[in-house]
Design a protein around this ligand. Structure first.
Ligand code: FE2
Length: 638
């Protein structure tokens, strides 16, 4: 059977499975160059590169009442050229296909099946998942045991109104659940609050970034310290705090938590206060994660712990969790735990539980094609892996592009920018080339067989997907200053020849030359852009930046792009545009994205610009119905 699952909300993605194996996972943002993009129509258009028919289509969206699966089916049926069965060929009908109803279930299925465990305790934590009749989930604990999946606990965002199937509106008050006469499922936790994901995102927005860019806050946190003026932001047990107000918009449920501490507003440009605030939310989240996982393990029979949901991308907290766990617990952190993973969970939910569908690697994106053209001043030449390693030891930045792009948010050697980790100010050099913020750390890729000589992996055998920022051994810190963060940690990828031969060989050569079995690895993109997907994207990126070299190991070539190109020369380049990725960067083009998820284009509105008069329930009438202000106006965006 060939099935696809479409996640149409943020981090939009399409997962394609054939007979229980994921054969492609396509991220819309890589095609649009808009981080966290919605509506994966371009990704969907690429499915034909892999199959010529689909037997079953399934859908997932956080707000199913506001989107149309028919749109995607219409596209597939009439425009893609794929054979897609429907019950009614003249007028598209979803009845022949499936709609997944629980967001956290999908995170959990994706992570559990990728873990390879036979049984597991699965903890899902994100900003918010599906809106159920009893509320909006923000954390769910599952036990998978003897082939049965049991929900052990579900925590809800604290306020809002939801519609029961009979359209009767329910209201939950702050900290008090009032479900009317309806009986709650027994796994619903008494804890009702804004949740860890919204609290972390709320701080991130306060710092001036998009709520989904929590990695920036995590990077900044290392520069902060205890500040007695900042209260607890995330209770380790309750998972929320009265210092946040959930913003709600009509039937969308909660879409964000906003920090209420107005007295801090005058400190928004104070660098030390910003770092202290980031420090506080990071420390609070670490305590919260550890407490939650301890509780989960105490309720479950399995000693295999799986963490997923957007918060599981916090590689600093994952390592703290790992260190805190009893020695008989095995930990797996899902690499595709952002919302692009829910399409994978959806596709896997349909697949037979007896079929092993664990991913062998994350190279499931677009295959690179070498049909590029060079500009007048550019050169390409044959090169050996030894010569590339030598270029790196001479202080050159070398991008590497090969094979199929890696899925998930981390570059793993197929779309990476590489540098010498021994260079003292290497972090500043690459940060300025990529135009990133000064405080953001870089990752390293280490040959697996040498990993434990350099890093404290605790009980991990490997770290192939950069899900942990591990401690660097003290005697090694000064040897790789470009990739060790100020707290002595390094987010590492371990690599074997089987996982990525060309990349492994390059690091091995670098090791022979320097005695360091590690390369500095950052994603192949500039700040604000998504990772490159196609050769066009890669060429465009090196031409727009100070990256001089791009290594193409599959064809044994290196491209040298001199840095004195005329602007017109770069702008005029067009080899056919494999993807319309940079369309919105052309003059006069304005791209509007929905749901406040924005890339470089414009947006109908931004989440953090929604004022309280638009976002909050103003009060309740005599029949306890919420009184809204202008949410209808906002809903018209759909
Ligand atoms: Fe999620």
């Amino acid at each position: 059977m060939i099935n696809i699952c479409i996640n149409a909300f943020h981090d939009a993605s399409v997962t394609l499975m054939e007979d229980g194996k994921v054969i492609a996972h396509l991220l819309e943002e890589r095609h649009k160059n808009m981080k966290h993009a919605t509506d994966p129509l371009i990704a969907l258009s690429k499915i034909r590169d892999y199959v010529d028919r689909i037997d079953l289509v399934s859908f997932t969206h956080l707000f199913p009442e506001h989107y149309s699966p028919q749109l995607y089916l219409t596209y597939l049926k009439h425009l893609s050229g794929l054979k897609v069965p429907t019950q009614c060929p003249q007028f598209m009908d979803v009845r022949g296909h499936l709609q997944h109803t629980c967001h956290h279930d999908l995170h959990a299925i994706c992570a559990f099946r990728n873990s390879g465990f036979e049984d597991a305790t699965v903890v899902v934590i994100d900003g918010a998942g599906s809106t159920h009749w009893y509320g909006k989930e923000n954390q769910t604990i599952y036990e998978v045991f003897d082939g049965c999946v049991t929900t052990l606990e579900k925590t809800l965002v604290g306020r809002g109104h939801y519609q029961k199937p009979d359209h009767k509106i329910l209201i939950t008050g702050q900290g008090v659940f009032n479900p009317d006469e309806e009986e709650l499922p027994e796994y619903i936790s008494e804890i009702i609050n804004v949740g860890a994901g919204f609290a972390y995102a709320g701080i991130t927005e306060w710092l001036g970034w998009h709520g989904l860019d929590c990695g920036k806050t995590m990077g900044l946190s290392t520069y902060g310290k205890e500040n007695s003026n900042i209260p607890c932001l995330l209770d380790p047990i309750d998972g929320g705090n009265i210092n946040f107000m959930p913003i709600s918009m009509g039937t969308r449920g909660y879409i964000q938590g906003t920090l209420l501490l107005d007295e801090f507003d005058h400190l928004k440009q104070d660098d030390q206060f910003r770092a202290d605030l980031a420090y506080r939310i990071q420390k609070d989240y670490e305590s919260y994660l550890i407490a939650t996982c301890e509780r989960a393990l105490s309720k479950s029979r399995s000693k295999n712990l799986v963490v997923t949901g957007g918060c599981a991308l916090n590689c600093v907290a994952n390592y703290k969790l790992l260190k805190s766990l009893p020695k008989d617990i095995t930990l797996y952190a899902e690499p595709v735990s952002d919302d692009s993973g829910v399409s994978m969970g959806g596709a896997m939910q349909i697949s037979d539980m007896n079929i092993e569908c664990k991913l062998e690697n994350l190279y499931l994106g677009t295959q690179l094609k070498y049909d590029y053209e060079l500009l007048k001043h550019e050169t390409e030449s044959n090169i050996t892996v030894e010569e590339v390693a030598k270029l790196l030891t001479e202080g050159n930045i070398v991008a590497i592009a090969q094979g199929r792009s890696e899925i998930g948010p981390r570059a793993l050697g197929n779309r990476s920018i590489l540098f010498d980790p021994r260079v003292k100010n290497g972090k500043d050099i690459v940060n300025s080339v990529k135009n990133r913020e000064w405080f953001r750390p870089f990752a390293g890729t280490v040959l697996l067989e040498h990993a434990k000589e350099w890093f404290d992996l605790d009980r991990l055998d490997e770290s192939p997907y950069m899900m942990f920022a591990v401690d660097t051994l003290p005697e090694k810190i000064d040897l790789i200053p470009a990739i060790v963060h100020v707290d002595g940690t390094c987010r590492i990828q371990t690599v074997t020849s089987k996982q990525n031969k060309n990349y492994y060989d390059l690091i091995s050569e670098f090791h022979k030359l320097t005695g360091v079995p590690i390369l500095f690895n950052t994603s192949f993109n500039l700040a604000g852009d998504t990772m490159v997907e196609y050769m066009d994207d890669a060429m465009y990126t090196i031409r727009q930046s100070d990256i001089p070299y791009m290594y193409l190991p599959e064809i044994g070539k290196i491209i040298h792009s001199p840095k004195n190109l005329r602007k017109e020369e770069v702008d005029d380049y067009n080899s056919g545009f494999e993807a319309p990725k940079y369309l919105h960067q052309q003059p006069g083009f304005e791209y509007t994205e929905r749901d406040g998820i924005i890339g470089k284009g414009t947006s109908t509105y931004k989440l953090n610009e929604v004022s309280s008069e638009h976002g909050f329930i103003e009060g309740y009438d005599e029949s306890n119905k919420p009184i809204w202000n202008t949410y209808d106006m906002l809903r018209s965006d759909y």
